[in-house]
Design a protein around this ligand. Structure first.
Ligand code: HAM
Length: 422
């Protein structure tokens, strides 16, 4: 019987992990510049955490969660996203008590959604996300958006489109909600059963429906921006002013609604506009979630954040021809000509590695020519040859593969000699 990787998941082989690591380092470095610190939470949580925060009328909760009962009869869910777990950890560990507010956190790890597999959509994917919790300054909204754009731009991406919108505060959302019900109610029979259920419970979700996306009433639906009260409109203006101050270009899209219920005020997405990119163009999504902390039993702690998957990030790099170069450097390869030389080679290899030199040798009993070929394939900087004569003299031949020069170096001085050349 042949086993296969589960649908919607994939193995990352060494030819790919190099680019992943390059992107991960760039992300960590950017977070350091913005002073966001890493948080790691478990990959599963109590199911109710997600039904409450993400919202029980959303696609994620209704169709996409990996929920199971553990042996103790508790309902647990593999995290479909990172915001609810991070806010849970913020509340549980009383990070709101820290003198440094807002608390600025980032995470990188696997998320799980039972979605239909297609390019850029997986059932296990890795999200990098940030959450700034504890401030309701519009300037922090702009900072978070700028961090996301910065990560992409530092990686070399150019074909990006930042779309922003305001979902307003509770009062504005209620006014909009009423308008949506008035708009859809007369024709709700033409919509899918999910939308019919959503009409009274959460009509905003109708705008996010994948089935009824092309219904003519979708285009004429009342826009949230027309229902913003004065305070919400002023908040949005300030976010835009801060983005302008940072020199970040954006487009306002009044139809941008996000697929999770905890959002209010600022919502944003970053798309790839590259021709080579697939059908799903969203690289990153985020927004403000004032009230989420209270919703899950914590104190008032307004927050904003975003998440992007590394999978789509790499797809965008590929589409723009900006995949990072990722050759791992091998400083030295030892070619041993007989059994006795092999024993010495093992010893030398140990010494070199202890001195921080990346080194390797042949373990397949290959002939000299094949060993030289292996050294070439692995792009070794130097080849160290050990045979009968070298053992007798206690010194090896060291060939610099870049310029072809060769010299004889005592075994004990090999590490020193290699270090002085690199
Ligand atoms: P989201 O829009 O559901 O938001 O997901 C954010 C990003 O995760 C997407 O833009 C995409 O890059 C990636 N993503 C989502 N689903 C998949 C999938 N099936 N396969 C590959 N990539 C995927 C959130 O998750 C929020 N927690 C973001 C946030 C953080 N809002 C505030 N703070």
């Amino acid at each position: 019987m042949m086993f296969k990787v589960p649908r919607g998941t994939k193995d990352l082989l060494p030819v790919e992990t190099g680019s992943w690591q390059a992107v991960e380092s760039l992300i960590r470095e950017t977070c350091r510049l913005y002073r966001y610190e890493e948080i790691r939470t478990p990959v599963f949580e109590q199911t109710e955490l997600f039904t409450r925060s993400v919202g029980d009328t959303t696609d994620i909760v209704q169709k996409e969660m990996y929920t199971f009962e553990d042996r103790g009869g508790r309902s647990l869910t593999l995290r479909p996203e990172g915001t609810a777990p991070v806010v849970r950890a913020f509340v549980e560990n009383k990070l709101f008590g820290s003198p440094d507010q807002p608390v600025k956190l980032y995470y990188m790890g696997p998320m799980f959604r039972y979605e239909r597999q297609q390019a850029g959509r997986y059932r296990q994917f890795v999200q990098f996300g940030v959450e700034a919790i504890g401030s309701d300054s519009p300037a922090i909204d702009a900072e978070v958006i700028s961090l996301a754009m910065d990560v992409y731009q530092r990686a070399g991406l150019k074909d990006l489109r930042l779309v922003i919108n305001s979902l307003g505060d509770k009062e504005s959302r209620n006014a909009h909600r009423e308008a949506l019900i008035r708009h859809f109610e007369p024709s709700i029979g033409e919509f899918c059963s999910d939308c019919q259920n959503r009409l009274q419970k959460n009509p905003l979700r109708i705008l996010d429906c994948k089935v009824d996306r092309d219904h003519p009433l979708m285009k004429t639906a009342p826009a949230l921006t027309d229902y913003l009260n004065e305070e919400s409109a002023a908040y949005f203006e300030e976010v835009k002013t801060s983005l302008d101050a940072l020199g970040i270009e954006y487009v306002v899209d009044p139809n941008l609604v996000r697929g999770l219920d905890y959002y209010n005020h600022t919502a944003f997405e970053i798309m790839s506009t590259s021709d080579g990119f697939g059908a799903i163009t969203t690289l990153c999504g985020g927004g403000r979630y004032n009230g989420l902390s209270e919703e899950i039993g914590g104190p008032e702690a307004p927050g904003i954040g975003f998440a992007m998957s590394i999978e789509r990030f790499l797809m965008a790099l590929e589409a723009e021809g900006k995949m990072p170069e990722t050759e791992s450097k091998l400083d030295a390869f030892i070619v041993a000509l007989d059994e006795e030389s092999r024993k010495e080679a093992v010893k030398i290899l140990g010494n070199l590695r202890r001195e921080g030199i990346a080194a390797d040798m042949d373990y397949m009993g290959r002939k000299m020519k094949a060993q030289m070929k292996a050294a070439d394939r692995q792009k070794a900087g130097h080849v160290i040859v050990i045979g009968e004569d070298e053992l007798k003299n206690g010194a090896a031949g060291v060939k610099n593969m870049a310029d072809g020069t060769q010299e004889t170096v005592e075994f004990a001085r090999l590490a020193e000699a290699l270090k002085s050349r690199s």
